[in-house]
Design a protein around this ligand. Structure first.
Ligand SMILES: *Cc1c(COP(=O)(O)O)cnc(C)c1O
Length: 354
């Protein structure tokens, strides 16, 4: 039976990417050797790394604008502290829109003062704060573009004199944004790009080198840039699969093309959530994420019936995060409109049974 993978992360990747990746594990580029048993300094792998970095900048329309792309390790969670290590001298600003921003704030507090410029904690992060003021003199302002757990998404980004840093782990490459408004973007690969184990960092070179503290090599963006993202052995397999996914995205027309499909998927699901008396959405309508839709059954007694139908329909990974409960449908780039259609059919069936 066809599975429809709505998992929040690690998550669905394009089938053709998985097939190519599986071939490379056995025989990479017809070399008779596996991708994961050759030197990361071999010509073939250096090419993969260079392609992956170039594709990331190209898709985000950041080529020739002073940015470097890096593939680092330690997940987005390591970026929580690496950002502060490299940028926080005295005072930083954070918009607290959920669990991930909250964790980023905790790490930054090891390095200096953190001003929470806005927070939606009072409503368990079901909305995006608006109308907040950003203090002067921040070393940087940190945002989370999409709140994977709560299903909210920043539709507009605040203007600030301070460098703008954004955790885009769960919606990078999903929608058109002027990416040049950011000075640093980071994203764990496992939400919209590849397997867990690589983290994409895009950084504007001119904003680096401003803090007075000494930075250990592995934590220093400038070191990674100077070594072309090969200061230490990179995560070869995750970087390779990320490259294939980025190439897949480019071949289908880039972010503009995928955004059109992502919008259709989100519209289809949210209109079912809004029209059906059997379901209610979790996030504030204006702030809803196109990547992660959070919702609940209005009548909990129908839980077993719903979950049985999901199982029969091959729907995988729909359980909400433990801090929100209910359901969460993650509709990353590789998920087809047809899969969302299958889920919506099941939800309509619930309406008839309710
Ligand atoms: C998943 C996620 C993270 C954590 O990523 P790791 O790679 O597991 O450290 C951080 N931020 C956001 C927005 C996420 O969705």
């Amino acid at each position: 039976m066809k599975k429809h993978n709505f998992s929040a992360g690690p998550c669905i990747l394009p089938q053709e990417v998985l097939l190519k990746a599986s071939e490379a594990v056995v025989d990479f580029n017809g070399s008779g050797l596996s991708l994961i048993e050759i030197s990361h300094r071999s010509k073939d792998f250096v090419e993969v790394m260079e392609n992956a970095r170039a594709l990331a900048l190209e898709l985000l329309d950041l080529e020739g604008k002073g940015y470097k792309a890096l593939f680092l390790q330690g997940g987005a969670s390591t970026q929580f502290l690496m950002v502060a290590y490299n940028f926080l001298e005295t005072k930083s600003g954070y918009l607290n829109t959920g669990t991930w921003s909250d964790k980023a704030i905790k790490e930054a507090q090891f390095f200096g003062e953190v001003v929470e410029v806005g927070s939606s904690k009072d409503e368990n992060f079901n909305y995006i704060p608006k109308g907040y003021t950003i203090p002067q003199g921040l070393d940087y302002l940190h945002l989370t573009s999409n709140n994977t757990i709560f299903g909210t998404q920043l539709k507009k980004f605040p203007k600030s004199d301070a460098p703008l840093i954004c955790d885009m782990s769960s919606d990078i490459f999903s929608r058109q944004i002027d990416f040049s408004q950011f000075d640093l973007i980071y994203a764990g690969a496992q939400k919209n790009m590849g397997p867990a184990g690589a983290t994409l960092v895009i950084v504007k070179e001119e904003v680096l080198g401003k803090v007075s503290r000494q930075i250990p090599s592995m934590m220093n963006y400038e070191v990674h840039i100077s070594k072309d993202s090969m200061f230490n052995t990179p995560a070869v397999f995750p970087v390779y699969v990320s490259m294939l996914t980025l190439q897949w995205l480019k071949d289908m027309g880039g972010i503009a093309a995928i955004e059109a499909i992502n919008d259709k998927k989100a519209q289809l699901l949210y209109s079912e959530i809004d029209l059906s008396p059997a379901f209610e959405g979790y996030a504030n309508k204006a702030d809803r994420s196109n990547m992660n839709a959070t919702f609940n059954l209005t009548d909990d007694r129908l839980k077993d019936t719903f979950e049985e139908l999901l199982k029969e329909g091959g729907i995988n990974g729909l359980n909400g995060h433990r801090s929100v409960g209910g359901y969460r449908a993650s509709m990353y780039n590789a998920l087809s409109l047809e899969s969302v259609g299958t889920l919506v059919d099941i939800m309509s069936e619930m309406e008839r049974r309710g």
